[in-house]
Design a protein around this ligand. Structure first.
Ligand SMILES: [Zn+2]
Length: 327
């Protein structure tokens, strides 16, 4: 994804104020409870779902790996969810090429009117344009963290919801064609990221579809991840951000979900918020000190399964399941 470098100064001030007030109410600052019961979520199973995707090879548009992984994902959604949808479309990328693409949607309780969307992107980037070695920069990436981690968490969430149905309706959406934006070195005007999310937000799988809110996952496999509060999420759905972060805190995940503003990130949620009739937040690792703001392996050939941490997957998965339970 593309990081925008504009800073919402007023928003940061507001958030700092909020954090400052919050701190006086809650002591100690991190991990307040150890006795809380975590929702059932198998970290190893989530990890296996991440690895299963990377085992297909890079899921780059137009490749056999992309097609095979897509078929597998749709099969898993059909296995765990009440209903699954295969939304095919053609994406035109910044280089003028067109590709067969698909968003996959798995629904629980499709008849329910109160609905939560959980989303992640399943394609992987066609070139490692951020790799420190110039020789690697045209190599497609596994996208174990950038893409597969979020999908892996959501497949395990789906497996758990299959066992214990949620009270609220849930739609799990796997977006295609998120990560085929221009290289670092290129500048091509236009909205070339999040093509699957743009398509779905403008052409939902059910006519007139809406939800109460959505939660996007991206790069949720970084060891000791820091999930700062992404700023488009704060701007568009601050109440949802605070609810999710408070839930994580209650579960003892305060060291991961930090009550601080993060980056301003053009991810799939940005396009959902722009075109769909409801709002979506983004849970994404953010590290201001890393240079890019992202995981050090971001858009490099090292974004592979060795750099995915199963505990981080579990922190995110249990938080999502608890959020659903509280609805
Ligand atoms: Zn990416």
């Amino acid at each position: 994804m593309l990081k925008i470098r504009t800073v919402f100064v007023f928003l940061i001030a507001a958030v700092l104020l909020f954090s400052a007030c919050d701190r006086t109410k809650k002591t100690p600052k991190d991990n307040p409870q150890t006795t809380v019961t975590l929702p059932a979520f198998d970290n190893d199973s989530a990890y296996a779902f991440v690895k299963a995707q990377t085992d297909f090879g890079p899921r780059v548009l137009g490749t056999e790996a992309h097609e095979n992984c897509g078929n597998w994902l749709l099969g898993k959604l059909r296995e765990y969810c009440d209903t699954a949808y295969n939304q095919t479309f053609t994406a035109r990328t910044y280089d003028g090429k067109t590709w067969p693409c698909a968003n996959f949607i798995g629904s629980f309780g499709p008849e329910k009117t109160k609905r939560i969307v959980l989303a992640a992107h399943w394609d992987s980037r066609p070139f490692a344009d951020h790799d420190p070695l110039p020789a690697n920069r045209e190599t497609p990436i596994d996208g174990a963290n950038d893409g597969a981690s979020g999908v892996g968490v959501l497949l395990e969430v789906a497996r758990q919801l299959h066992e214990n149905h949620p009270n609220v309706g849930v739609d799990i959406v796997f977006f295609d064609a998120e990560d085929y934006g221009p290289r670092e070195s290129e500048s091509v005007p236009g909205d070339w990221w999040g093509l699957g999310a743009q398509y779905w937000a403008k052409n939902p799988h059910i006519q007139g579809y809406t939800a109460n809110y959505g939660i996007l996952l991206d790069m949720v496999g970084t060891p000791n991840a820091q999930f700062m509060q992404e700023q488009f999420s704060l701007r568009d759905a601050g109440d949802v951000v605070r609810k999710v972060w408070a839930t994580a805190y209650e579960l003892g995940h305060g060291q991961y979900f930090q009550n601080k503003p993060g980056g301003v990130i053009t991810d799939d949620h940005y396009y959902v918020n722009k075109y769909a009739p409801f709002k979506m937040i983004d849970i994404i690792h953010y590290d201001a000190a890393s240079g890019t703001g992202f995981d050090p392996v971001w858009h490099t050939v090292n974004d592979n399964i060795q750099h995915v941490d199963r505990n981080t997957l579990g922190v995110v998965g249990t938080t999502l399941l608890q959020v659903l339970k509280n609805e």
